[in-house]
Design a protein around this ligand. Structure first.
Ligand code: AKG
Ligand code: FE2
Length: 283
């Protein structure tokens, strides 16, 4: 009997559904072979589909269309497995929420202690070359915290995933920033502009960033707000609280209204932990 080397629409949908469900490659290929698909064709088709699906979604032109928020912030609290977080402010378009009691004071101190030894001058990705570059628009120090042998970080990352209503695997490592007096992070977007070739490599690591949670790890004596210039909004840092925002919809559009920055610290110091979440698994 001849082996099939073309796929019907029905099988095409089945392939996407199987990948959505997280079925293993070899099981999908085996099911196709059992249904008389040519083995090499089945292997190639599944591999190509997986590669295509890991590319960022194409960006749709026109004004940003708001869909349903990903975060479940309609109620006054968000319950997670180990802590109840309070919602103290929400904006609908763009989706922004200020949350209290995200970390306990002791958890904030522990994260600062873990980060302190690993701080490096903050770098940003060059939009043209994709390389890390230290720039004066980001005069803070930062560190990515690997959670592989840190139960505390694993627990916090699980809590953050629950708050953000995202799979924990889609999150980048927790990033801690330290600002001294005068240090700031000028307004920017957390998403990567796909028209900049330098971002191609990072976009392959799980697609676009879709949402951010910035957790304040200390009280700042004066200034150092997180500012959203297009919204006229300033969030005053408060130890253990956080600001959450979303900026990519299902069509892959990017919301420019999510522009934000860390205003200069005028007195004291500022510590934050940032969680950036991707469209897919971050690798
Ligand atoms: O420090 C802040 O308030 C902003 C930090 C920020 O924008 C980021 O980590 O992406
Ligand atoms: Fe940011």
């Amino acid at each position: 009997m001849n082996k099939y080397t073309r796929m019907s629409e029905e099988w095409d949908r089945w392939l996407d559904a199987s990948l959505d469900k997280g079925c293993r490659t070899q099981d999908i290929v085996a099911a196709m072979v059992a249904a008389h698909y040519d083995t090499a064709y089945a292997e190639r088709t599944v591999a190509e589909r997986q590669a295509r699906r890991s590319q960022p979604a194409p960006v749709v032109a026109g004004p940003y269309r708001y869909g349903a928020p990903t975060i479940r912030h309609r109620n006054n609290t968000i319950a997670t497995a180990d802590r109840t977080v309070r919602v103290t402010m929400r904006i609908e378009q763009p989706v922004v929420a200020v949350l209290d009691d995200v970390f306990s004071p002791e958890e904030c101190d522990a994260v600062v202690a873990l980060a302190r030894a690993r701080l490096q001058p903050s770098a940003t990705l060059s939009p043209t070359t994709g390389e890390n570059q230290v720039k004066e628009h980001r005069t803070s120090q930062g560190a990515f915290l690997d959670d592989s042998d840190e139960p505390l970080l694993q627990r916090l990352n699980r809590r953050i995933a629950e708050i953000m209503n995202q799979p924990v695997e889609n999150g980048e490592a927790l990033h801690v920033l330290h600002y001294g007096v005068g240090a700031e992070y000028k307004p920017h977007h957390d998403y990567f502009d796909p028209s900049n070739t330098g971002f191609a490599a990072t976009l392959k690591r799980g697609g676009q960033r879709v949402a951010t949670l910035i957790i304040y790890l200390n009280d700042v004596e004066e200034a150092g707000d997180t500012v959203f210039p297009k919204l006229g909004l300033s969030i005053v840092p408060r130890k253990g609280s956080a600001v959450y925002f979303e900026y990519v919809n299902e069509a892959g559009q990017l919301d420019e209204a999510s522009l934000h920055g860390g205003a200069p610290v005028e007195r004291g110091e500022k510590w934050v932990a940032t969680k950036w979440v991707r469209q897919g698994v971050f690798k």
